[in-house]
Design a protein around this ligand. Structure first.
Ligand code: PGA
Length: 240
């Protein structure tokens, strides 16, 4: 693991954007793995800026998102489908047919998980962006998830639902289930960039890097991947 500790969220976002911009310049038909949540918002703004300045184009880029809630439909403002369109896709030249987000259509969940997994396995993610949950989840692989899992339906951890309550009016509105790439899918990526910022991530970042590799802390599996870059700000990296 390569650890990069920078001053603040802005610097973390800047450095992560530089990796992605370089990757797209080097390989215009890059396949990206994309994350949602608060952490990558500024990164996406920087990618949009690079696109607007004609530094890069996304016309041949493909992307796979890590996860999607179940129980709210795609038009719900907190769906990850809406998130991605609002924060990135509506502002760049990605082609719709190059955008993969797990389909959370309630009638066909298992089938959708299978389809998503097949698409992932036919492709190769060049660069996967990750955040990390305060409980150590990556994607929605919650503590206790077997490392061998591929795309599946997950019941969200109580901690995850509490952490994500800030996006909803109340805890009862936070979805209880999601569809997520599994750890095995994530580990197939050629390169992984995990970003973290803020003091509330300090313990989990320390454990991920220095703790044992255990399914109780899903992100610890990244110790076994040959090409992981962890970019943290001073607060998230304060225990390192
Ligand atoms: P956050 O979420 O970026 O909103 O902190 C990270 C995650 O849950 O993976």
């Amino acid at each position: 693991m390569k650890i990069i500790k920078l001053k603040d969220y802005e610097a973390v976002s800047q450095r992560a954007s530089e990796f992605i911009i370089e990757q797209i310049k080097h390989k215009p038909n890059t396949t990206l793995g994309l994350a949602t949540g608060s952490t990558p918002v500024r990164l996406y703004e920087k990618l949009i800026e690079a696109y607007e300045h004609k530094e890069i184009s996304f016309k041949d880029v493909k992307s796979y998102n890590l996860d999607e809630y179940i129980g709210i439909n795609r038009n719900h403002p907190q769906s990850y489908y809406q998130y991605m369109h609002k924060h990135l896709f509506s502002k760049i030249d990605m082609k719709d047919e190059h955008i993969y987000i797990p389909n959370n259509d309630i009638d066909q969940l298992e089938e959708n998980a299978k389809k998503y997994n097949n698409a992932l396995n036919k492709s190769f993610i060049d660069l996967q962006i990750l955040g990390i949950g305060s409980n150590g989840h990556i994607g929605f692989n919650e503590p206790g998830t077997p490392f061998g899992k591929e795309t599946f339906i997950v019941e969200l951890d109580e901690q995850t639902r509490k952490d994500n309550m800030r996006f909803f009016n109340s805890l009862s509105e936070v979805p209880k289930y999601a569809i997520t790439m599994g750890i095995k899918n994530i580990m197939r990526s050629k390169c992984i960039i995990l970003m973290a910022s803020g003091i509330e991530k300090a313990d989990v970042i320390y454990e991920m890097i220095h703790g044992s590799v255990t399914e109780d802390l899903p992100a610890s599996v990244l110790q076994l991947h040959p090409n992981v870059i962890v970019i943290v700000d001073e607060q998230a990296g304060s225990k390192l």
